[in-house]
Design a protein around this ligand. Structure first.
Ligand code: PSV
Ligand code: MN
Length: 424
């Protein structure tokens, strides 16, 4: 559903006065506000093609209605998000859930909405109807070479689709592992996986990256063959310079210090990108920033410190992607909230007084260290993020505009109330 530019302007006009009051207040305390605003404008977050419909659990799935019925409609939905916030200028595809049958058409449709293709995701964690061999006991780790080859071939096919669309990276997440002690020879499972990943790596174009995503558990509950960042780093180090670790925020054991993981991966030049989400218990895939916003801020704090130390471009040198599931919210509203939470954390982390923090660290002034971080975290940067949106031609309040335009009702009218988007 395209959004008329005039609607955005009207909406912005109605909120402008109040916005300016808040923005003037916060910006009076910021020295380099133009620089921060430009960074916020440049920062784009990829929306996953599998998160545009209602997610579900093994107990049920409750459709929201108007869910996109195909890849074209998914692109339209992301185009709408991007028109509303100008911070969602990319899409991450999952194959075979979203095979681009006509790649040049899909590519130009995405371009019309100002969208690029971020990492392509392969899927060897489900069996597809016409698939010859089963992944029940793993894919790249499998004891049968033929199953491993099938998984490798699938990944090579995903690279082919990605090349057609202009993507530059592949994310491999393996559900491989075991459910019971003794089921698996850990060493052989690792070696089989490494050998399979090497074959995929060899098929990677020179200007591509491969991201190896780790996850502590689920669907396997005793061991996972890429179970944590250490194991992912082992694979990516052995693979070579085009291989990187991908951090999905929901994939750690309870209380893991994700910001420290991020810092060390960056130091090693092995951090590839993110799957953002939030969680209370495990891989809950909740809205980003809904449960632990301070943790998200601390992650961005390490990201900025580490990226600046290496002169990296915040916007382009890592993959910024959401990986979430929406069981009780309108997925589009949820994604707007997630993008906003990421922008807020990024903006707050940009406010950290790094010079002072380094001084306080060097003086072992623990109290000041905490004060400096929390000074930034407790700054209400919402109007700063909104100002970046305003400058970029987006809406001051994306969710409000989405609602006043009755977007979901329109989508239900045109697509129907019983549509189900592909994904989990
Ligand atoms: C696995 O839980 C995961 O995080 C991987 O990134 C998959 O590609 C995605 O979720 C599937 O929903
Ligand atoms: Mn993920």
């Amino acid at each position: 559903m395209p959004l008329d530019k005039n609607k955005i302007e009207e909406h912005n006009q109605s909120l402008l006065k109040e916005h300016q009051r808040k923005f003037n207040f916060v910006s009076s305390e910021i020295n380099n506000k133009e620089n921060i605003l430009q960074k916020l404008i440049d920062f784009q977050i990829a929306i996953p093609s599998w998160a545009l419909g209602s997610g579900g659990t093994r107990f049920g799935r409750f459709s929201i209605g108007g869910e996109p019925r195909n890849l074209e409609e998914k692109i339209e939905d992301i185009g709408l998000l991007h028109a509303l916030n100008k911070s969602s200028g990319a899409i991450s595809l999952h194959i075979p859930w979203d095979i681009p049958e006509n790649a040049s058409h899909i590519k130009s449709l995405a371009a019309q909405h100002g969208l690029k293709f971020d990492a392509m995701n392969s899927n060897t964690f489900q069996d597809q109807p016409e698939q010859k061999l089963s992944y029940k006991f793993g894919s790249m780790q499998h004891v049968d070479k033929a199953v491993r080859k099938q998984a490798v071939d699938h990944n090579i096919e995903v690279i082919k689709y990605g090349k057609e669309l202009g993507s530059k990276s592949l994310t491999v997440w393996l559900s491989d592992g075991s459910c019971f002690p003794g089921q698996l020879n850990f060493r052989k499972a690792f070696q089989n996986t490494l050998e399979s990943l090497r074959e995929v790596y060899d098929a990677l174009p020179d200007d591509w990256k491969v991201f190896v995503e780790y996850k502590a558990y689920e669907p396997n509950f005793y061991s996972t063959t890429v179970g944590d960042w250490g194991q992912s780093l082992l694979y990516t180090s052995k693979l070579g310079t085009k291989a990187f670790t991908l951090v999905d925020l929901g994939h750690h054991l309870p209380n893991a210090n994700i910001e420290q993981i991020v810092s060390l991966l960056l130091m090693e030049g092995k951090l590839g990108g993110f799957h953002f989400n939030d969680s209370k218990y495990g891989d809950d895939d909740l809205t980003v920033g809904s449960i632990r916003p301070y943790q998200l801020f601390l992650i961005f704090n390490e990201l900025i410190e580490g990226m600046d130390a290496k002169n990296m471009n915040h916007a382009t040198d890592l993959g910024w992607m959401i990986d979430a599931s929406h069981n009780v919210k309108d997925p589009l509203e949820d994604l707007l909230q997630s993008v906003e939470a990421i922008m807020i954390s990024y903006a707050q982390a940009l406010l950290v007084d790094r010079k002072k923090l380094t001084e306080a660290q060097n003086n072992n002034d623990v109290v000041s260290c905490q004060e400096i971080l929390q000074q930034a975290f407790r700054t209400d940067v919402r109007s700063l993020v909104a100002e970046a949106r305003l400058k970029a031609g987006a809406a001051l309040d994306p969710i409000e505009l989405y609602r006043t335009e009755n977007t979901r009702e329109h989508l239900i009218k045109t697509r129907g109330s019983k549509t189900v988007a592909s994904g989990l």
